[in-house]
Ligand binder design. Structure first.
Ligand SMILES: [Zn+2]
Length: 365
């Protein structure tokens, strides 16, 4: 891991992946996202691999800094890319140390990741929000879109992780008062305003654009903080694998979703669920080897009911949209606070990057 001594500014995030693209032209490629943010920032992702165009190799998408205050998500993505690219170039392995036994990836394993996969990191989905959190209001969560604010500075911004086109219209789709989402931009306490329409925000459109344009993406891990959790499908309700008709797209179940211990549960085929759980366990294996505490693997609903999340949107696409590839969606909630001192954050970066590399090995098996 590089020896920088603090969190990266949003410009430094962009500069870092641009520098990697320049330094390693044969093993990574910069991807320009089509939608500039409200404040005019242009975002890039970086594909680590031999190239996405016409590729038949599967791709994994890792997104960071969807929520502005969750510092560290961008750095996890940047250092992951930089570690893989440097080790590949030098033909060395990678070792991550913590208070556990340590996690070692061999040079062969690093080579297999670059040669057999495409790993797309999108380190800073919400640069306007992250910049605001880093310079003005540390606990800011949303983006900085003022459209629905009515000129009130307290009402600026949309919670991007409630804005995706998955059960977005929660008042009509969920049981009352179950879901942690707000339809009011001035609902300051919750900070979970969903936006004016599904996928109304340029930042969520950028993530959807990656999924649309790179149909080999088969896994999406959305990197958040904090709580030491690895979440898999679904976030709207408990899982069930017996009744395919009982699902998010079936209007017969509108206003029944989101309630614990009732009849409605969200359908996921048993094989898909077991794949998701075993991949999440492998992430945790990597984390535990570095720092022995380990994370908890559970369905996102086990935390609380959500609408419009990135994880569920990615996973729902193959059912909701014609011709879309199946994507397994995950959310990592890293660490134990939003802004740990940088030395502590470096330890979290090492554990999560070991977990993500272990994941990249697991999907090849
Ligand atoms: Zn978050």
């Amino acid at each position: 891991m590089s020896n920088l001594d603090s969190y990266l500014s949003v410009n430094e995030v962009e500069d870092s992946i641009a520098a990697l693209a320049q330094a390693y032209p044969n093993t990574c490629q910069l991807i320009k996202l089509p939608n500039p943010t409200t404040e005019g920032r242009i975002c890039h992702a970086l594909n680590v691999g031999r190239g996405l165009v016409d590729s038949s190799k599967p791709a994994a998408l890792f997104t960071g800094a969807v929520h502005a205050r969750e510092w560290g998500g961008s750095e996890i993505c940047v250092y992951l890319a930089s570690d893989i690219l440097e080790a590949y170039e030098r033909k060395t392995g990678l070792r991550y140390e913590g208070d556990g036994e340590g996690k070692y990836f061999t040079a062969d394993q690093i080579r297999s990741i670059v040669d057999n996969l495409n790993v797309i990191v999108f380190p800073c989905v919400n640069p306007d929000g992250r910049n605001y959190s880093q310079t003005v209001e540390p606990l800011w969560r949303r983006n900085r879109n003022p459209t629905e604010s009515g000129g009130n500075p307290d009402c600026i911004g949309v919670d991007l992780n409630r804005n995706y086109n998955f059960l977005w219209d929660f008042p009509n789709l969920f049981f009352p008062n179950t879901v942690r989402t707000s339809a009011d931009p001035c609902d300051w306490l919750s900070q979970t305003y969903r936006g004016s329409a599904p996928s109304s925000e340029r930042e969520t459109q950028n993530v959807a654009w990656l999924l649309d344009n790179y149909p080999t993406i088969s896994w999406h891990i959305d990197i958040h903080s904090y709580s030491q959790l690895i979440l898999h499908c679904w976030g709207d309700d408990e899982n069930q694998s017996v009744d395919p008709q009982m699902n998010f797209a079936n209007s017969a179940y509108d206003r029944k979703r989101g309630k614990k211990n009732d009849d409605y549960k969200e359908y996921v085929p048993a094989d898909d669920l077991s794949s998701c759980v075993s991949l999440a366990d492998r992430i945790n294996d990597g984390i535990k080897a570095v720092n022995s505490n380990g994370y908890t693997v559970q369905s996102a609903f086990g935390l609380y009911a959500t609408s419009g999340s990135g994880q569920d949107y990615s996973h729902s696409r193959h059912n909701a949209l014609p011709g879309k590839n199946k994507v397994f969606g995950f959310t990592i909630e890293f660490g134990t606070e939003f802004h740990p001192p940088w030395e502590e954050m470096k330890s979290v970066i090492r554990e999560i990057d070991a977990g993500l590399l272990e994941f990249c090995l697991a999907v090849q098996e």
